[in-house]
Design a protein around this ligand. Structure first.
Ligand code: KIV
Ligand code: ZN
Length: 558
């Protein structure tokens, strides 16, 4: 038995970025991106990765299975004795129906520690209008399906969906039956983000006090942020005795999102005197995984977001700076290094070699193969010619830009723009397309970015709408790298759609892209092309459609 199994003060971190997070309006991830994120989550030290909803499609099942195989097992050559920690539990979501449970098991069984998570709604409104089932039928179905999942797997989690609006007495009954049928974790979701911290904390307390057999299980909290209370509710539940927190990176998820991992982890860490609890999270990995998720999903992190927003550690006002110089703790309750931020650290210069770059990247947690290192080194040299002080943040932006990119169908070979107050903003773009042919196109726009995107559109012919565009400087100073994130929506009907496991609604896909360069217009072009490449790959126009594990979008398909 491991320390955390017997330690009553250990809070398990169950990350659902790849399942509930992927249900965010706008998050579309390829299976390669999902795998990278899963590796990042494992390095971060999460206990459970909910890798997806395998019944959604054969591609979703394959994506979860790949994570189970590659992330849910010890690395090659690692023995049970030599490894520092166990691989995370890999979990698959299933509605309370046999075919979903079969699919979940098919996907997760390859992990050293698999888990099936099945759910069924228990609120009057869900039972009546969504399930069209009587309460007794719900109890029976929950019991049967938990038992069915247990026939495959020793680790079964059950969630009474919309518990926040369910009758507590009914919850004790359903949960008690689920426990008798073999559930090992009972997750209490505030599915629509309706409760307040006081109510949710009391609900968890009452469930623990009144559900027969619950003392031998783990109680989990799963909160949504519709009223901006997701983190507060989750913490209230933890204070009431829950020992698993269901969270996502950057708080992405259905509608307003889920409880954010970084907020829960850093609250428990920073205020340990209040909570007296611990997690297995390596907080120094937080910034890196946050950036990866934002880059891959195309969902920018708001600047004032706690812990991972660009302004979270910036102390702009003069009085703050003065106070800071005297003693950092005057205005800083956490050190940026604790969450893996080291913006000010000068790491390398113009004369640093390939080996030094490899070593520094490995220290930051990036293991690149020879080809990836060569690509990153060439970008590093270009950057070092333009920028004297290269920091860890610059290196991370370069790696994200070079390595974490979709298959390139079109790549940027050259760009020239003319803009200003005289004349018309014009862009000339050179792209290398499939089969290595060169395409050159010029266009006029309302500004340099518009002109660049119009020229790209003329070449790639992938009609889309630009939904979101954001630009930020990676470091301070006029020579900073600019990082651009975009999100686009396909305009034609050839792109796959996807049905939400919860609402059952079909949604249109959107695609995110990112790019980084000291020339911000080049960064804009790179970001747009990376989103376009995902869209083209999903359309199947250039070969077999890329495995896109689609998500429920904001906009239901009519
Ligand atoms: O919010 C919710 O109820 C869920 C369940 C599937 C656990 O995501
Ligand atoms: Zn949820």
């Amino acid at each position: 038995m491991s320390a955390k199994t017997i330690n009553p003060n250990y809070v398990r971190i169950f990350d659902t970025t790849l399942r509930d997070g992927e249900q965010s309006p706008g998050a579309t991830l390829t299976s390669a991106e999902k795998l990278e994120i899963a590796h990042g989550l494992a390095r971060l030290g999460v206990d459970v990765i909910e890798a997806g909803f395998p019944a959604a499609s054969p591609d979703d099942l394959k994506a979860v299975r790949r994570i189970a195989v590659e992330v849910g097992n010890p690395a090659e050559g690692e023995s049970a004795l030599s490894r520092s920690r166990q691989p995370p539990i890999i979990c698959g979501l299933a509605r309370a129906i046999k075919s979903d449970i079969d699919a979940a098991w098919e996907a997760v069984q390859h992990a050293e520690r698999p888990r099936i998570h099945t759910f069924l709604a228990t609120s009057p409104i869900h039972m009546r209008y969504k399930l069209k089932m009587e309460p007794e039928e719900v109890v029976e179905r929950a019991r049967e399906m938990v038992a069915y999942a247990r026939s495959y797997c020793d680790d079964v989690q059950f969630s009474p969906e919309d518990a926040g609006r369910s009758d507590p007495e009914f919850l004790y009954l359903v949960l008690g039956e689920a426990i008798k049928a073999g559930a090992t974790t009972l997750n209490i979701p505030d599915t629509v983000g309706y409760t307040t911290p006081d109510e949710f904390g009391k609900l968890i307390e009452c469930i623990i006090a009144n559900t027969p057999g619950i003392e031998n299980t783990i109680v989990a909290v799963h909160c949504h942020d519709d009223l901006g209370l997701a983190t507060a509710n989750a913490l209230a539940g933890i204070q009431a005795g829950a020992r698993q927190a269901e969270v996502t990176i950057n708080g992405i998820g259905e509608r307003a999102g889920n409880t954010s991992l970084e907020e829960v982890a850093m609250t428990l860490h920073t205020r340990r005197a209040v909570f007296g609890l611990e997690t297995g999270i390596d907080t120094t990995q937080i910034s890196r995984v946050s950036r990866m998720v934002s880059n891959y999903t195309g969902i920018a992190v708001q600047p004032n977001k706690a812990i991972v927003g660009a302004n979270a550690f910036a102390h702009e006002a003069g009085i703050h700076q003065d106070g800071q110089l005297k003693n950092q703790s005057t205005y800083e309750i956490m050190r940026p290094e604790t969450v893996g931020l080291s913006h000010s650290r000068l790491v390398m210069g113009k004369h640093s070699g390939r080996h030094a770059l490899k070593v520094r990247l490995a220290e930051l947690g990036y293991e690149l193969d020879d080809e990836e290192l060569a690509q990153t080194f060439s970008r590093f040299k270009d950057l070092a010619d333009k920028k004297k002080a290269i920091t860890d943040a610059d290196l991370e932006a370069l790696v994200s830009d070079e390595i974490y990119q979709p298959r390139e169908i079109f790549s940027l070979d050259g760009l020239q723009v003319t803009c200003g107050t005289i004349g018309m903003p014009t862009a000339a773009v050179r792209l290398i397309g499939p089969d290595s042919e060169l395409h050159v196109q010029a266009a006029i726009g309302t500004g340099p970015v518009d002109a660049t995107y119009k020229a790209i559109d003329e070449i790639v012919k992938a009609p889309n709408t630009l939904l979101e565009f954001s630009i930020r400087a990676i470091t301070e100073g006029i020579d900073a790298l600019g990082e651009v994130t975009v999100r686009i929506k396909a305009e034609n009907g050839s792109i796959p759609r996807r049905t939400s496991p919860q609402s059952g609604r079909a949604h249109r896909l959107t695609f995110g892209g990112h790019g980084a360069d000291t020339d911000t217009i080049v960064a804009c072009a790179r970001a747009y092309l990376s989103a376009i490449n995902k869209l083209l790959a999903a359309s199947g126009r250039y070969g077999r459609p890329e495995k896109v594990t689609e998500v429920a979008m904001a906009e239901p398909v009519s």
